[in-house]
Write a protein that binds this ligand. Structure first.
Ligand SMILES: Nc1ncnc2c1ncn2[C@@H]1O[C@H](COP(=O)(O)OP(=O)(O)OP(=O)(O)O)[C@@H](O)[C@H]1O
Length: 245
C-alpha cells in the first residue's frame, strides 16, 4: 500500500537470452527494511542493480513513488532519491575520506553551502570519519571504509537506499554496528532494501523478507512469518544452518 519502490514481474538478462531474474516481484515500503535472501546466484544483487537502473528490463516495470521509472537511466536515480551501496568496495582508495565524500556531492556540486552542510551531517553521524577526514581511505579498516560508503550514499539525502551485503567480510562487532545503523535508517523513515547472505541477521533487522531462488520469487513474509517454528523459517533452515555466525 505504502510501497515506495516496486519491481513488478521483472525479467532481466546480462547477455543474450540467459535470463537471470524471471518475473520477479519485490516491493519496498517506507520506513521498513525489506530483506532479500537466497542461495548464491539466486539473483539478489541483480535485483538491486535492476532497481538502480543498471540493467534494461525484458519484461515488467519498476515503479518509484507511483511513477514508472523502468526506462530511466541509472544516472537519474540519485536525483530521484535512490542511493546504492554495492557489495564490492567503491571508494577511491588513495583519496582522503573528505575527497571521497566530496565526490558523492557531485549531483549538487554547484551549491557549496549544501556540500558543506551535507558533509558535516555525515561527520556528525559518523564521528570517526571526521577524525580521519584527511587520511586516505586505504589506511582505514574495512568497517570504517564501509561507513565512508554509507556516508557518501547519504549525502544526496536519499529516500531509498539499496544495500548489498553491507557486512560481508567484516568482524562481528562492526557487523552488529552496521545492522543497528541499517535499522536506524528505516526508523528515520528511509526505505531500505537489504541483500544479505546472513539469513539470521537479515531476518532480525528486516520488516519484510523476500526469498529468491534461481532468479524467481520463492517465498516471502514479514518478521512474524519468519519466527521460530514457522514454515517459512523451516524452509530456509538448510541455508541458515551454514549461515549462522
Ligand atoms: N555481470 C554479469 N554477467 C553475467 N552474469 C552475471 C553477472 N553478474 C551476475 N551474473 C550471474 O547472475 C546470476 C545471479 O547473480 P547475483 O550476483 O545477482 O546473485 P546473488 O544472489 O547476489 O549471489 P551471491 O549471493 O553469490 O552474491 C548468477 O548466475 C551470476 O553468475
Amino acid at each position: 500500500m505504502d510501497a515506495v519502490l516496486t519491481l513488478n514481474e521483472v525479467t532481466v538478462a546480462y547477455h543474450g537470452d540467459i535470463t537471470i531474474l524471471n518475473r520477479v516481484n519485490v516491493s519496498a515500503r517506507k520506513g521498513c527494511v525489506t530483506g532479500i535472501i537466497g542461495p548464491n546466484g539466486a539473483g539478489k544483487s541483480t535485483v538491486l542493480k535492476t532497481m538502480f537502473g543498471f540493467l534494461p528490463l525484458r519484461h515488467g516495470n519498476i515503479v518509484l513513488n507511483g511513477q514508472d521509472i523502468s526506462r530511466d537511466p541509472a544516472n537519474r536515480r540519485a536525483g530521484q532519491g535512490v542511493a546504492y551501496v554495492p557489495q564490492s568496495r567503491s571508494l577511491f582508495a588513495d583519496l582522503s575520506v573528505e575527497d571521497n565524500l566530496l565526490l558523492g556531492c557531485w549531483p549538487f556540486r554547484g551549491d557549496r553551502a549544501r556540500v558543506r552542510r551535507q558533509i558535516d551531517s555525515v561527520y556528525a553521524r559518523f564521528p570517526i570519519l571526521a577524525e580521519k577526514r584527511r587520511d586516505p581511505v586505504s589506511s582505514m579498516s574495512g568497517g570504517q571504509q564501509r561507513f565512508v560508503e554509507f556516508g557518501r550514499a547519504l549525502l544526496i539525502e536519499p529516500s531509498v537506499i539499496l544495500l548489498d551485503e553491507p557486512t560481508a567480510m567484516l568482524a562481528p562487532k562492526i557487523s552488529k554496528e552496521i545492522y543497528t545503523f541499517v535499522r536506524g535508517l528505516a526508523d528515520e523513515g528511509m526505505t531500505v532494501v537489504l541483500v544479505d547472505q546472513n539469513v539470521r541477521r537479515c531476518a532480525e533487522v528486516s520488516d519484510y523478507l523476500y526469498i529468491l531462488e534461481l532468479g524467481r520469487n520463492k517465498a516471502e513474509g514479514d518478521r512474524q512469518a519468519f519466527a521460530e517454528g514457522s514454515g517459512l523459517r523451516d524452509m530456509v533452515a538448510t541455508w541458515m544452518d551454514y549461515k549462522i555466525d
